[in-house]
Design a protein around this ligand. Structure first.
Ligand SMILES: Nc1ncnc2c1ncn2[C@@H]1O[C@H](COP(=O)(O)OP(=O)(O)OP(=O)(O)O)[C@@H](O)[C@H]1O
Ligand SMILES: [Mg+2]
Length: 382
């Protein structure tokens, strides 16, 4: 098969069933050489399963996975040029830290001097200098996790699969390791497939994010695009904070679309939407504006409920006439509206993102019997 140039991992209509349960539903994506791709999604959405199929620890029910253009269906994990750092990894308990890290190098018959050098480089990288002689039982959970990362990286694999590798670390160490892992990935040019359910981690580290929900990839794009132009309600909700409103388009006027919401009228940029359509829009808190006086084109009014201090910003919560609450992120230096005060809500029309509605998402239904359709048609005819 002709290899797509620069494409390291290619997922083609990949499906995974566990019994009658379809947990990965026709997933398609490509990962380029040297790319940092993150699978992001809530618990149980299929991230680990997807990673394990790439690694070869799990079979593929339907579809194909190509690594460097080659179908790896019949290749064992150790025959694939990938290394994995697992969610629940296990170090060799009878080997000290150095020997754990050096394990892959010994197998590859790398000379002792180079081994020592590479192991020391890794120990420094994961900040475990001086701990090489310790046994795993003498390490904290976070330290063990760092040994696991070092053990995988020392092999300099073409592709590294990482399943929540920083999950057990405290916030400060996690942030440090995030930036170090990212630098290392860039320096060594290793392709990373990274799993996390932490949206901030995904946004700061990735070249692209694949947002998974219920076995489906809802959107795959750069962190900026996924944040600024979420494709679906789920993505808008899962990444960052969102104000989501459902409305009915009226008509375009001067390049802007007038939308009738239950809560009042408003303007959106309107590109790609027609008249008389039901749509969902998302406006990020930092794009929601509040005014004491009415704003042309907008008639959404509410009452200030509370101000929430978040450190870098203040979030003002507004309750609309129908009880729906919206959040506006305001400059902490600015004068705040009084709690209980009535406000007019508006936004720059370009800042309202039109989301794909639920009907557009194709959810696969498992066919319990592949011949069911034929049986059905026969019974109908008869
Ligand atoms: N070996 C298995 N047998 C049956 N069902 C499984 C198996 N492994 C996973 N599942 C199910 O598949 C679904 C996806 O699991 P997966 O581990 O891929 O989720 P995840 O996105 O990694 O979640 P988390 O963030 O909690 O790790 C879940 O509903 C899980 O219960
Ligand atoms: Mg998992």
């Amino acid at each position: 098969m002709q290899a797509d140039k620069g494409i390291v991992v290619k997922m083609i209509d990949v499906v995974k069933n566990y019994g009658a349960n379809r947990v990965v539903k026709k997933v398609n994506f490509d990962i380029s050489e040297g790319e940092f791709l993150t699978l992001l999604g809530p618990s149980g959405c299929g991230k680990t399963t997807t990673l394990r199929m790439i690694a070869g620890f799990e079979t593929v029910t339907e579809g194909k996975i190509l690594l460097h253009g080659e179908n790896v269906e019949n290749k064992k994990p150790n025959e694939r040029d990938v290394n994995t750092v697992f969610q629940n990894y296990a170090l060799f308990p009878h080997m000290n830290v150095e020997d754990n890290i050096a394990f892959g190098l010994v197998e590859k018959k790398i000379p002792k001097a180079e081994r020592t050098e590479r192991v020391n480089e890794m120990l420094a990288l994961v900040r475990l200098e001086g701990m090489g002689k310790r046994m795993p039982s003498q390490l904290s959970g976070g330290q063990k996790q760092r040994v696991a990362i070092a053990r995988a990286l020392v092999n300099r694999p073409k592709v590294l699969l990482l399943d929540e590798p920083l999950g057990a670390l405290d916030l400060k160490l996690r942030k440090q390791m995030q930036s170090e892992l990212k630098h290392l990935q860039q320096k060594l040019g290793i392709t990373f497939v990274y799993v996390t359910h932490d949206q901030e981690e995904a946004l700061t580290m990735s070249d692209r994010i694949a947002v998974m929900n219920n076995g489906i990839i809802e959107q795959i794009d750069t962190p900026k695009e996924v944040y600024n132009h979420p494709a679906t309600k789920f993505v808008a909700d899962f990444i960052g904070e969102s104000n989501i409103l459902e409305g009915y388009t009226e008509k375009m006027e001067n390049g802007k679309m007038r939308v009738l919401f239950e809560e009042g009228k408003a303007l959106i940029h309107g590109e790609g939407v027609g008249d008389d359509e039901i749509i969902c829009i998302c406006v990020r808190p930092e794009n929601l504006r509040l005014s004491k006086t009415p704003v042309e084109g907008f008639s959404i009014n509410g009452k200030v409920i509370e101000h929430i201090f978040t450190g870098s910003a203040i979030k003002t919560v507004i309750e609309l006439v129908n009880g729906h609450r919206l959040t506006a992120s305001v400059n902490p230096e600015a004068e705040l509206f009084d709690v209980g005060e009535s406000v007019h809500i508006y936004w720059t029309p370009e800042r309202a993102v039109v989301l794909k509605t639920q009907e557009d998402t194709v959810y696969d239904v498992i066919e319990t019997n592949p011949n069911q359709a034929i049986i059905d048609s026969l019974t109908k005819e008869g």
